[in-house]
Ligand binder design. Structure first.
Ligand SMILES: N[C@@H](CCC(=O)N[C@@H](CS)C(=O)NCC(=O)O)C(=O)O
Length: 200
């Protein structure tokens, strides 16, 4: 399988952590890809020109990251990162959506900040930053009740917080939410987190 990815993408990082946690490294080649270049190679597999995108050995392309991680999790049902059924399943999927939603708001904020200043929208910036703040507050409210065994919820939360540290370090989430900060510092030591730490 081929994973089109980028070192600083929090969504691609979520997939790369799942690959490591499931021990699937030997089955997946990674190719760095800049989605904003909209290369013919990326457009051939994802018309949305976004990464991550996973191309299976038979050429089938899977996106976006929630679909990819669900597929990867299904390859080894013995150690699920997403509970198979019941309330626990919907909770983990909702928690993934919370982590992903924080990433969406953060990614939009970062991309907006790269546009010419006169074109930047302070209304959108306020809305995205408020979503990030509320999202982390919600995460903080449940951080102590996360299961002992790491799940996709842990991974999505770790990627969201890691992306904020990388790109929006002015947001004082550590000072506001010391429980979440302590959880993150401990989770960030997992080999899968350390191995996928964004360099730039
Ligand atoms: N919901 C998607 C989001 C993917 C996404 O937005 N990826 C960014 C890179 S971090 C991208 O490819 N952006 C290109 C664009 O927005 O045109 C997922 O979870 O995979």
């Amino acid at each position: 399988m081929l994973l089109l990815s980028a070192g600083t993408s929090p969504y691609a990082r979520k997939v790369r952590i799942v690959v490591a946690e499931k021990g699937l490294e030997s089955r997946i080649d990674e190719q760095a890809c800049s989605p904003f270049d909209s290369t013919p190679e990326l457009l051939a597999v994802n018309p949305l020109s976004k990464i991550p995108c996973l191309v299976l050995d038979d050429g089938t392309a899977l996106y976006d990251s929630p679909v990819i991680v669900e597929y990867l999790d299904s390859l080894d049902p013995a150690k699920p990162l997403i509970p198979r059924d019941g309330a626990a399943r919907w909770q983990v999927l909702r928690q993934q959506a919370l982590g992903d939603g924080i990433m969406d708001a953060a990614f939009n904020t970062v991309i907006e900040s790269r546009r010419p200043e006169a074109q930047q929208s302070s209304d959108w910036n306020k809305r995205w930053r408020a979503a990030i703040d509320r999202g982390i507050a919600a995460m903080d409210g449940e951080i102590e009740s996360l299961a002992e065994q790491p799940s996709l919820a842990h991974i999505a939360y770790g990627c969201a917080l890691g992306y904020l540290e990388l790109r929006l370090s002015d947001i004082p989430w550590r000072a506001r939410h010391p429980k979440t900060a302590a959880w993150y510092d401990s989770f960030a030591k997992r080999p899968s987190m350390a191995a996928t730490h964004p360099e730039g």
